[in-house]
Design a binder for this molecule. Structure first.
Ligand SMILES: *Cc1c(COP(=O)(O)O)cnc(C)c1O
Length: 486
């Protein structure tokens, strides 16, 4: 037996590489990473070859291979297929981030493999995560007793908030069909997913009308809630957006908070995209400020906010902030017998008691490390720059003869070109295709009330005037090429 074990140890030894082996792998991977970043500016943002990333399928695992060969397969297959999310030319959907020190945080999190699920197991890791959550709570104006959870993204953050609201409002099975949820047509689709996954597909979901800026009409909301109460129904939740994905609109949070307060409804704000613009110090043309447009968020019961969007971190970090931590815990904690040793250490709430997850990636370090290295200032500057870039584009695109949607509340705007003849929707779809075929910049379109609108979403930290000017040039050229000639 001992001999067999020794033999196996010999074979498994390589899972702990020798220092020279480690160093050699490190160097190859680092060279790949730096080459990737250094060459980004000349690279396309979007490409769609015939059979994208097919080489991946021709590279099965099972036999050991040298690092160089493996990295070559990555390099030959990934950066030239689909959207390059690291590119400053990514101006579609909601762009991502990927600031470098975040990657270093991930690296250390993986090497040390701290257990961030339970305070008893990883007190430092949990303290770091809870500190980050409390910082975000402070940002939105929640009291010190609030907390939440670092989730993998906005979708899970919204789900955690939804389930907490459902349980806190005691929506048990017999109440589901009479219970009412209020949102707008522009709410992110993950909220509808949360409703279904949260077991409430049979609840009544009311779509509250919007004003001309695609913001929830709080007056209409008040009427709808009053009517539903009069009809004997059970309104319990309003989901507002602080920055909708489609048009970047800010719902009137303070007025919505009034309605929720009056009728005792759970008030959830989806600020996955827009939340970090609270850091931006930017005045609006009407003399108000961007920060003022968040007024009322501090009166909400829960908020979803995505550091992998507005804090420019790599994909995989969203946050839910919840005022009533006890309610969040009652929906998510579990006491298993095999975890009885962990009960006594309670100085810090454990993430596992506040989320569906138990064991998880220590995702806090990728946020903590950059915030420590940089402080807040460069993030604030980048967010302000994104707002101004969007406003700049909004005014310049009109000079090219485009029609525009509402003045941008944050860093998303919509626009379309109306040709003198021919189908406008079709023309704009072809225009998007033209930009995507060019590939230097990526934009996406949306449909609003049956009309095709092209979107600009500025949120990548690598997007500067260069990229926005490049896009304006591509549109100018595209319109000239595609315009119907009579
Ligand atoms: C991106 C987004 C989501 C979903 O977040 P993920 O991180 O992609 O899961 C939810 N709501 C809004 C407003 C968003 O912009």
């Amino acid at each position: 037996m001992r001999q067999k074990i020794e033999q196996l140890a010999q074979a498994s030894q390589q899972l702990e590489p020798t220092p020279p082996q480690r160093q050699s792998w490190d160097e190859s991977v680092r060279a790949y990473a730096h080459d990737f970043i250094d060459h980004l500016p000349g690279k396309k943002t979007f490409q769609m070859p015939e059979n994208p990333a097919a080489g991946i399928l021709d590279f099965p695992f099972g036999e050991p291979k040298p690092m160089g060969e493996i990295l070559a397969v990555l390099k030959n297959n990934l950066p030239n297929a689909g959207i390059n999310p690291a590119s400053g030319g990514h101006l579609g959907y909601i762009p991502g981030g990927g600031i470098y020190p975040g990657a270093l945080g991930d690296y250390l999190a993986a090497v040390t493999n701290e257990y961030a699920g339970i305070y008893f197991a990883g007190p430092g890791a949990v303290r770091i995560e809870n500190m980050l959550i409390r910082w975000m709570c402070g940002l939105i104006g929640y009291p010190e007793t609030a907390l939440g959870n670092l989730a993998s993204g906005g979708s899970i953050a919204n789900l955690i908030a939804f389930v907490t609201a459902r349980d806190f409002k005691k929506i048990t099975s017999e109440k589901i069909r009479q219970s009412v949820i209020y949102l707008t047509e522009q709410v992110h689709h993950c909220v509808h997913k949360a409703i279904r996954i949260g077991g409430m597909a049979e609840a009544i979901v009311r779509t509250v009308p919007m004003d001309g800026h695609f913001r929830m009409d709080a007056g209409k909301l008040a009427e709808m809630v009053a009517n539903d109460i009069a009809a004997g129904l059970n309104p319990f939740l309003v989901v507002a957006s602080a920055g909708t994905t489609d048009t970047g609109a800010m719902d009137p949070l303070d007025n919505i908070a009034d309605v929720c307060g009056q009728h005792g409804l759970w008030f959830h704000v989806d600020a996955a995209y827009g939340g970090f613009f609270l850091l931006a110090d930017v005045e609006n043309p009407d003399g108000t400020t961007v920060q003022q447009s968040f007024k009322g968020i501090e009166r909400s019961d829960s908020v979803a906010i995505d550091p992998h969007k507005g804090l420019f971190l790599a994909y995989g970090l969203g946050a839910v902030l919840i005022k009533n931590v006890k309610a969040q815990m009652e929906s998510h904690y579990y006491r298993a017998n095999y975890m009885q040793d962990t009960f006594s250490a309670t100085e810090e709430p454990s993430p596992a008691d506040l989320s569906p997850e138990l064991t998880k990636h220590w995702r806090g370090l990728r946020m903590w490390l950059p915030l420590q290295l940089y402080g807040i200032e460069p993030f604030k500057a980048a967010l302000e720059e994104k707002i101004l870039l969007c406003r700049y584009f909004y005014s310049e695109i009109q000079k090219l003869g485009f029609e525009v949607g509402p003045y941008p509340d944050l860093s998303v705007c919509t626009y379309r070109f109306v040709p003198i003849s021919g189908d406008t929707n079709d023309f704009n779809l072809r225009l998007v295709e033209y930009v995507q075929r060019d590939g230097r910049i990526f934009v996406s379109s949306t449909s609003i009330g049956g009309q095709v609108w092209i979107r600009l979403a500025v949120l990548c930290f690598r997007t500067h005037l260069r990229e926005v000017d490049m896009l304006l040039g591509i549109f100018k050229e595209g319109v000239e090429k595609l315009i119907p000639r009579k």
